[in-house]
Design a binder for this molecule. Structure first.
Ligand SMILES: Cc1cc2nc3c(=O)[nH]c(=O)nc-3n(C[C@H](O)[C@H](O)[C@H](O)COP(=O)(O)OP(=O)(O)OC[C@H]3O[C@@H](n4cnc5c(N)ncnc54)[C@H](O)[C@@H]3O)c2cc1C
Length: 509
């Protein structure tokens, strides 16, 4: 906490994709940058996405060409700047009606064209046999063929941690468990914030030339600290995912169903040895750091995916169920959230609070670039050009196969291997059904600012999403390792195990 009292150029509030992207952008341009996060980095929407770095086939259907172009460009940059975290994934669009092959095939050719030189491989038609060869568990009855195309896939929380490490490499500072509780004003202008240490309750004043509100679905709350009674700009929408065993969809390709009953896109995507099904689009009025799936969202996903797979998944097959809230921006009175804007919105209040929201994970860098460019002018800071389009993220490595063990650590995986050799027990798996070892818990505490069992099991590793029950069984061992690293006692360990169990129980059906 020693550095909190320093004079900062940028105070970024919120440690999700948007805040981390903005902070990396600011620090890389040489501004003194501090980021504060109320809970843990990526605790909000940024650990709950479909895990695609994509232009968005769905936005193409809606005719939002500029958004698709921008996202495809960013997809290309991310594959170049974080090859250890983002990889090329093929998607199969199955065709059951005569018109679906030509119709989706033409749309995906346009998608290829928009990607241009940044394309990941051309789309092409598949015969019925080829389609079944690529997705052997696809429902064969009535199948005519399909179209295959390419997009990017990633691990969202790991990209957030990588951005955190990149920020630290650039001499920026980031602190988790430090919510902003009020804003500081001078002459009517926002000039900093008061933060409260969630572990000790101590409050601190932070002074900065400009404050950026990057709090996702909580943005209206922070705006109200600046202007009580201001009109909300967000209409949050919930999206749910179910995680199944890989046997439901073996093979390396994902399935995309472009049009479900409620007009959504349905994905079944292989990820870390499991299959993720998603997603829904349910307008919500209340916002919570731990949103919960509604029974009808679960029912919707299970029923729809059953139409496309030979084996129908039941609630007992669900290894984990997670929900996230989209920070969708209202434009007048739009009715359904599926039609609200996925573009980002930058808003500057009369007192100079800069709010950046909307957008998607794929476009986090561009959101950061736009924000810092505007905010620097607003704060009268010297102007420097952006260099993040060519900035390699922490751990950059072209040698690591993105699907290999420890690939997400990139060039750090050598140091992790060394750590695993320090003590025989650190090589042990934390649970027989989870692909993680004890040394990763130690690593997360020493190098990735993990403070709790949940930080480790939900976001440094993805145990909570891969198998919620197994993660609860692993919690006592993880708590012991953490307590050893953080110098905590047995009562803390017990409290952590209990708190984690309470959160994780919300992830199984
Ligand atoms: C279901 C779903 C699927 C998606 N799939 C994709 C996808 O496949 N690809 C893609 O590109 N995009 C996807 N998105 C969109 C993407 O996930 C979001 O646009 C992005 O994660 C939003 O990041 P954020 O930083 O704005 O918000 P968040 O990640 O929610 O971060 C905001 C942070 O602010 C913190 N905070 C709040 N109040 C305070 C305070 N007072 N002080 C300090 N900190 C505070 C919160 O704790 C939180 O961590 C998906 C979204 C959803 C919901």
């Amino acid at each position: 906490m020693a550095r909190l009292g320093e004079p900062w150029d940028f105070l970024v509030v919120g440690g999700g994709a948007t805040g981390l992207g903005t902070a990396v952008e600011a620090a890389s341009r040489g501004y003194r940058t501090l980021l504060v996060e109320a809970h843990d980095f990526a605790k909000g929407t940024s650990s709950r996405s479909t895990k695609l770095i994509h232009g968005g086939v769905r936005y193409l259907q809606q005719g939002n060409i500029s958004l698709v172009l921008e996202a495809l460009h960013e997809r290309g940059l991310l594959l170049r700047n974080a090859p250890h975290l983002v990889h090329n994934l093929s998607f199969v669009v199955p065709a059951y009606d005569w018109w679906e092959g030509p119709f989706y095939g033409a749309g995906l050719k346009l998608y290829d064209m928009l990607a241009g030189r940044m394309g990941l491989g051309p789309s092409r038609f598949l015969s019925r046999d080829e389609t079944l060869e690529i997705i052997p568990t696809l429902e064969p009855e009535g199948l005519r063929g399909g179209v295959i195309y390419h997009d990017g896939q990633f691990d969202d929380a790991r990209l957030a941690i990588t951005l955190l490490r990149t920020l630290l490499d650039l001499d920026g500072v980031a602190i988790n468990y430090l919510p902003v509780v009020s804003l500081l004003k001078q002459g009517g202008l926002v000039r900093g914030a008061v933060v409260r240490d969630a572990e000790t309750g101590a409050e601190h004043e932070i002074h900065a030339k400009v404050v950026v509100n990057a709090t996702g679905v909580f943005s209206d709350g922070l705006r109200r600290l600046d202007e009580p009674g201001c009109e909300p700009i967000l209409s949050p929408s919930q999206g749910v995912h179910l995680v199944l065993d890989r046997s439901f969809q073996p093979g390396e390709s994902a399935i995309l169903v472009p049009h479900t009953d409620d007009g959504r896109v349905l994905f079944a995507v292989p990820w870390h040895g499991r299959v993720i099904l998603g997603t829904t689009d349910t307008p919500v009025s209340g916002i919570s750091p731990e949103p919960r799936a509604l029974p009808e969202e679960i029912e919707f996903l299970l029923t729809h995916v059953a139409r496309y797979l030979t084996r129908d998944p039941s609630p007992e097959d669900v290894l984990s169920c997670f929900a996230g809230l989209r920070p969708l921006v209202r434009h007048g009175e739009a009715g359904r959230t599926a039609a609200l804007s996925r573009d980002h919105t930058l808003l500057i209040s009369p007192s100079g609070l800069v709010t950046i929201t909307g957008g998607k994970w794929t476009t986090y860098r561009k959101m950061g670039e736009d924000t810092v460019t505007q905010a620097a002018v607003l704060a009268g800071l010297p102007e420097f050009p952006s260099g993040t389009a060519d900035l390699r993220l922490h751990g950059w490595s072209a040698e690591v196969e993105p699907t290999a063990d420890w690939a997400v650590y990139g060039s750090d995986s050598a140091a992790l291997t060394k750590l695993s050799e320090e003590r025989p027990e650190w090589k042990e798996p934390i649970h027989p059904r989870l692909p993680y070892r004890a040394c990763e818990v130690v690593w997360a505490t020493r190098h990735e600012m993990a403070r709790t069992v949940e930080d480790v099991l939900a976001r440094r590793t993805r145990a909570l999403l891969l198998d919620a029950r197994a993660s609860v069984e692993a919690a006592p061992a993880v708590a012991r390792l953490l307590a050893g690293e953080l110098g905590r006692d047995a009562a803390w360990e017990a409290g952590q195990v209990e708190a984690y169990g309470a959160v994780a129980r919300g992830y199984w059906l």
